[in-house]
Write a protein that binds this ligand. Structure first.
Ligand code: GAR
Length: 212
C-alpha cells in the first residue's frame, strides 16, 4: 500500500477529499491515508481524520521553538512510514531541513496559480484577496513539490478557474477549493503509480500522457 501522511491546520476540506479517495486500509487502489498531523488544537481537520478512522495527531506549534516543533512533527510523520507526505491547508512554513528530509515525496497545494500570489504571508483568504486586488482574470490551484523556497518547489499540476467581476474572496476560494479537491487526489494517484516523476523543475509523465 502507498502510505500517505497528510498535514493540515484548519477546516480540512482538502484533507477530506484525500480521506474520501484513500481510505486507511488502502481500498481498491492500494493508496491509504495513514495519519493526519495537525498543528492547531481543535481544528476540524482532526475530527475529519478521526471520523475516517485515521490516526489524528496534534503537534502544537505554539509556545516552543521552531526546531522543537519540527522535530516532533517529523517524529509524528515518520512513525507512520509515509511514501508521500501531503500538505493540505497546512499553514506553517517548513524549514529547508524538513523540506530536504522529504525531498521528492512531499506535496503541497496552493490556492493560486504559482509562481504568482505565493510565498511568505500568502495563505488562505489572503491569497484570494491579493488575486482580486490585482484584477487578475484567472486564478486556480497549484500542486507542487515542497523544496526550501516557500511555494517555490517544482510545479506538478495546475487547474485554472475564472475570476468573476463580482467576486469576493469567499466565492473565489470556494471555486478554487473545488478544483483542489479534484486535482490533489489525482496527483497522488500519479505518484503512487509511478507515472509522474520530476526532473529538475519539470514534471515528466510515463506512457506519454499529460496531466490534462
Ligand atoms: C486550501 O485552499 C489550501 O490551498 C490553502 O488553504 C486552504 C485550506 O482549506 N493553503 C494555503 O494557502 C497554503 N499556502 P482547508 O483547510 O479547508 O483544506
Amino acid at each position: 500500500m502507498t502510505r500517505v501522511v497528510v498535514l493540515a491546520s484548519g477546516q480540512g476540506s482538502t484533507l477530506q477529499a484525500l480521506l474520501d479517495a484513500f481510505p486507511p486500509d488502502g481500498g481498491a487502489e492500494g493508496i491509504g491515508v495513514a495519519a493526519v498531523v495537525c498543528n492547531t488544537p481543535g481544528a476540524r481537520a482532526l475530527d475529519r481524520a478521526r471520523r475516517a478512522g485515521v490516526p489524528a495527531i496534534l503537534v502544537d506549534h505554539r509556545g516552543r521553538s521552531r526546531e522543537a516543533f519540527e522535530a516532533e512533527l517529523c517524529r509524528a510523520i515518520d512513525a507512520h512510514r509515509p511514501d508521500l507526505v501531503c500538505l493540505a491547508g497546512f499553514l506553517r512554513i517548513l524549514s529547508p531541513e524538513v523540506a530536504a528530509r522529504y525531498a521528492g515525496r512531499m506535496l503541497n497545494t496552493h490556492p493560486a496559480l504559482l509562481p504568482a500570489f505565493g510565498g511568505k504571508g500568502m495563505y488562505g483568504e489572503r491569497v484570494h484577496q491579493a488575486v482580486l486586488a490585482a484584477g487578475a482574470a484567472v486564478s486556480g490551484c497549484t500542486i507542487h513539490l515542497v523544496d526550501a523556497t516557500p511555494d517555490g518547489g517544482p510545479i506538478v499540476a495546475q487547474a485554472a478557474v475564472p475570476v468573476l467581476p463580482d467576486d469576493v474572496p469567499e466565492r473565489l476560494a470556494a471555486r478554487v477549493q473545488a478544483e483542489e479537491r479534484r486535482l490533489y487526489p489525482q496527483v497522488v494517484r500519479w505518484f503512487a503509480r509511478g507515472r509522474l516523476q520530476v526532473a529538475g523543475r519539470r514534471p515528466i509523465w510515463r506512457d506519454g500522457e499529460g496531466a490534462a
